[in-house]
Design a protein around this ligand. Structure first.
Ligand code: GCW
Length: 680
C-alpha cells in the first residue's frame, strides 16, 4: 500500500519530504537544502577576499548555511601550504580562519557537513590539518572517451567538445571533490597517449583546469615517456639526450604558460609495455630526474609509478622492490614514487607492499584503486574504506617512529610533499559511479586522504546520513552492511590469501583454471594459486620465492612462519596441505569451503537487509541497488562453485555436507566467456 502511495506521489511530483524528490544519485552526498531568500536576509556571510577559491567558500555558505553569521578570515599564523583551518564560535558568530583560501573552502564544507549531519553547532572550536598535502584522483580516461577499467560509463571529459563547450558536470565534479578535500586530479590514463601534450589538447586541459581552479583543484597529466620522439619527432626519447631534456623543458614551459598552477606529471614507465628510460639502458631515476629538472622551476612534481614487473623466473610480487630499492637516494626531491597498496595488483586483499619503508631517502605515496577492477566492477557493493585502512594502518617496523604505511608516506624525507592517489571510479553515469554505493568509495578515499585516522565506521555513517538519510535505523543497519561488505567479497572471491584467480582480460568473474597456452605465466591464475594434489598457495617463504624477506623484522618472521602467519594471508605466503589444521580446528579444505559459503551467505543477508529498509529509501535508488545486490549474490554463488569445484579436482575432498551444494557444473562454468567491454 505504502509503495503504491509513494509511486503515485512520485508521479505527481509530491514525494514525502523525508524521502526528498525523485533521486537518481546525481547529487552525491551534497544533498544540502538551499537557503531561502527569507533566511538569507537573517544572516550574513562575511569574507573580505575575492579570489576565486574564497569566493567559492563564501558562495557555498551563502547558498546552504542556515544557522547564523559566519566570518571567513585569512590568518597568516597558519602554514600557508597546509590547507588547514580553524572553526570557532565567537560572540554569536562562527569564524573560519585559515592560512589560504583553500583552507577557508575546506572549513566551509566542514561547517556544512556538521549542519547536514545534525552536529552540535554551539561552542565550536575545532582545528583541522590534512594528513596528506596532495590528495589526488587518478583518472584512467582515454582521449577517445573510453575509460580503462571504468565501470560508470564514458569519460566525464568531453575532449571533442573542449575547450569550446564546458559541461556543467566539470564544476559539479570539482565541487564534490572539494567537499571531501581532494585537491588534485590526473586527467588521463597512465597508459598515456602522447597526444595529451599536443597544443590543441593542452588548450582543452587548460579549460578543465580553469573549471576546477575555483574549487582548489590542480591538474596533473599522465605522460608518455616517448612523447619527444612520438610527438616532437626527435630521434629518441633517451632521458640523457640533451635534446630530449630541452623538449621537455619547452613543453613544460608551454604548459605553465597556460596553466600556472599545473601540478606535474604522472608516469608509468617500463611497465606493461609502456616506454621508459630502460629502453635506452637508463634507470627509473634517470627518467624521473630528467622530468623533475623540467618541472623544478615551477615547483612541479613527478609522480613516478613503481608498478613494474616482467615475465621472468622471479616471483612477480618481488620485482618492484628489486628494481626500485637499489635506486634509493637517487631520485630528486620533487619526485614521489607512487606505489600500489599491495605487491601484485589491487586484489581484494593483499598484504602491504614491502616497498613502503624500504626506501628511506625517497618520497613515497600510496596508490589505491577506487574503481573496482577486481571487486565486481560497479555491480558489487563493496565499501573500500576497510581495505584502504588495512594498508594505511599496516605496521611495517621500518623505522622506530611513524612506520605505519600512513606514517611513512605522510612524513617522507621531503615534506611537505606527502601525497596519496586513488584511481577514480567516476564516469558519465547520472550517479557518477555506476553503483550508488560506489560513491561511498570516492567519498571515503577523499576523507581518508584528508584524515587517515578516521574509522571506516564513521565514514560509512557520515556518507549514509548525507547520501540517503540520517535516520538512525538506516544508518546503523547499512553502516554495518558496508563494513561487512569488504570481507564478504574476499570470502566469496579470494579468501585466505588467494589472489589473481579472476578471468583473463576483463577481470570479472572466476577463472582459477585459466591458462592460455604460450601466455605469460605471471598473468595465469595457476601461477598464483599453485593448487596440486598436496595443497594450495604460493610459497613465498625461504623455501619458496622468499618474498617474505622483503618485509622488515618481525613482520618477515611472522609471515614466514605458517603458524604465526595471519590466516587472511596464509595462501599468499604458504603452500598449504589440504588437510592442514586451521586455528578453528577445520582442515584447510573444509575451511575454504566454509569461507566461500560464508561469502555467499553474507550477500544473501545484504539483500535481506536492503529489502528491510524499503520504506526508508527513495524508490529509484532502492530499486537500482536491489537489482545490483541480486547480481552480486548470483556472482558470489558463481565464484564459490567455480573455485570449490575446480580446487576439489586437486583436493579430492568432499564439500562438507552441512553446506549448500554447488548449482553449477565445472565444465559448464569453464565455458563461460564474457565479452565484457568495461561498460564503455
Ligand atoms: O591493474 C592493472 C590493470 C591495467 C592498468 C595497470 C596499471 C592502467 O589491469 O589496466 O593499466 O594495472 O595500474 O598500470
Amino acid at each position: 500500500m505504502a509503495k503504491v502511495a509513494r509511486y503515485i506521489m512520485c508521479l505527481m511530483g509530491l514525494l514525502l519530504p523525508s524521502l526528498g524528490h525523485a533521486e537518481d544519485g546525481s547529487q552525491l552526498w551534497l544533498r544540502y537544502a538551499k537557503v531561502t531568500a527569507d533566511e538569507a536576509v537573517l544572516r550574513k556571510i562575511h569574507c573580505p577576499f575575492t579570489d576565486p577559491v574564497a569566493r567559492t567558500a563564501t558562495e557555498e555558505l551563502q547558498n546552504y548555511w542556515h544557522k547564523g553569521n559566519v566570518d571567513l578570515l585569512l590568518d597568516k599564523k597558519w602554514d600557508t601550504q597546509a590547507d588547514g583551518y580553524r572553526i570557532r564560535s565567537m560572540g554569536g558568530k562562527t569564524v573560519i580562519s585559515a592560512g589560504t583560501s583553500a583552507g577557508l573552502l575546506y572549513g566551509a564544507f566542514h561547517l556544512l557537513r556538521l549542519q547536514q549531519l545534525g552536529g552540535n553547532l554551539q561552542g565550536l572550536d575545532l582545528t583541522e590539518k590534512p594528513s596528506y598535502a596532495l590528495r589526488m584522483l587518478n583518472h584512467w580516461d582515454n582521449l577517445d572517451g573510453t575509460v580503462e577499467r571504468g565501470y560508470a560509463g564514458h569519460s566525464l571529459w568531453k575532449w571533442d567538445e573542449l575547450p569550446a563547450v564546458i559541461s556543467p558536470r566539470y564544476r559539479e565534479y570539482a565541487r564534490a571533490n572539494a567537499s571531501i578535500g581532494i585537491n588534485a586530479v590526473v586527467l588521463n590514463n597512465v597508459n598515456a597517449s602522447p597526444l595529451i601534450l599536443r597544443d590543441d589538447y593542452l588548450e582543452k586541459v587548460k579549460a578543465l583546469a580553469d573549471s576546477f581552479r575555483p574549487y582548489g583543484i590542480r591538474v596533473f597529466l599522465s605522460i608518455n615517456f616517448s612523447a619527444p620522439a612520438l610527438l616532437g619527432k626527435l630521434e629518441n626519447s633517451d632521458p640523457l639526450n640533451p635534446a630530449v631534456l630541452r623538449w621537455w623543458k619547452d613543453k613544460t614551459s608551454e604548459i605553465y604558460q597556460q596553466i600556472p598552477d599545473f601540478g606535474g606529471f604522472l608516469v608509468k614507465a617500463n611497465s606493461e609495455g609502456q616506454p621508459g628510460p630502460q629502453d635506452y639502458g637508463r634507470t627509473h631515476a634517470d627518467g624521473a630526474n630528467m622530468l623533475a629538472a623540467a618541472l623544478r622551476p615551477y615547483s612541479g612534481l613527478v609522480l613516478w609509478r613503481a608498478f613494474v614487473y616482467n615475465p621472468s623466473a622471479e616471483d612477480r610480487a618481488k620485482q618492484a622492490y628489486q628494481e626500485f630499492v637499489p635506486l634509493d637516494g637517487q631520485f630528486d626531491d620533487n619526485v614521489i614514487l607512487q606505489v600500489k597498496n599491495g605487491p601484485i595488483d589491487f586484489q581484494p586483499r593483499e598484504p602491504y607492499n614491502p616497498l613502503f619503508g624500504a626506501m628511506p631517502q625517497t618520497s613515497q605515496m600510496v596508490e589505491f584503486q577506487i574503481t573496482q577492477e577486481y571487486l565486481g566492477f560497479s555491480n558489487h557493493l563493496v565499501f573500500l574504506a576497510p581495505l584502504f585502512k588495512e594498508t594505511l594502518d599496516a605496521q611495517t617496523y621500518a623505522q622506530a617512529h611513524a612506520s605505519t604505511v600512513a606514517g611513512l608516506t605522510q612524513q617522507g624525507p621531503h615534506p611537505p610533499m606527502s601525497a596519496i592517489a586513488g584511481v577514480a571510479n567516476i564516469g558519465q553515469d547520472r550517479n557518477w559511479c555506476g553503483h550508488h554505493f560506489a560513491q561511498a568509495n570516492w567519498y571515503a578515499f577523499g576523507r581518508l586522504a584528508w584524515d587517515s585516522s578516521l574509522s571506516s565506521d564513521s565514514l560509512a555513517r557520515e556518507w549514509l546520513s548525507a547520501t540517503f538519510s540520517p535516520d538512525p535505523a538506516l544508518v546503523t543497519t547499512l553502516s554495518q552492511l558496508m563494513i561487512d561488505s569488504r570481507e564478504a567479497v574476499v570470502n566469496y572471491m579470494m579468501p585466505l590469501g588467494l589472489h589473481h584467480i579472476f578471468a583473463f582480460e576483463h577481470h570479472y568473474g572466476p577463472e582459477p583454471w585459466g591458462d592460455i597456452p604460450g601466455g605469460r605465466p605471471d598473468w595465469m591464475p595457476w601461477y598464483y594459486h599453485n593448487a596440486d594434489s598436496l595443497g594450495i598457495g604460493f610459497d613465498r617463504t625461504p623455501s619458496g620465492s622468499n618474498a617474505v624477506a622483503q618485509y622488515h623484522s618481525p613482520i618477515r618472521e611472522q609471515f614466514a612462519n605458517i603458524s604465526s602467519c595471519p590466516e587472511k594471508y596464509l595462501l599468499w605466503f604458504h603452500h598449504v596441505p589440504w588437510t592442514y589444521r586451521m586455528k578453528n580446528g577445520q582442515s584447510l579444505w573444509d575451511n575454504l569451503c566454509y569461507t566461500y559459503q560464508h561469502g555467499v551467505d553474507q550477500t544473501r543477508h545484504f539483500q535481506q537487509v536492503w529489502d528491510s529498509l524499503e520504506e526508508k529509501v527513495d524508490i529509484q535508488r532502492f530499486g537500482e541497488v536491489r537489482s545490483k545486490l541480486k547480481i552480486q549474490t548470483r556472482d558470489a554463488v558463481w565464484w564459490r562453485d567455480a573455485c570449490l569445484l575446480y580446487f576439489q579436482t586437486f583436493s579430492k575432498m568432499p564439500i562438507p555436507v552441512t553446506l549448500e551444494r554447488p548449482i553449477h557444473d565445472l565444465d559448464e562454468l569453464k565455458k563461460i566467456k564474457l565479452e565484457l567491454k568495461h561498460h564503455n
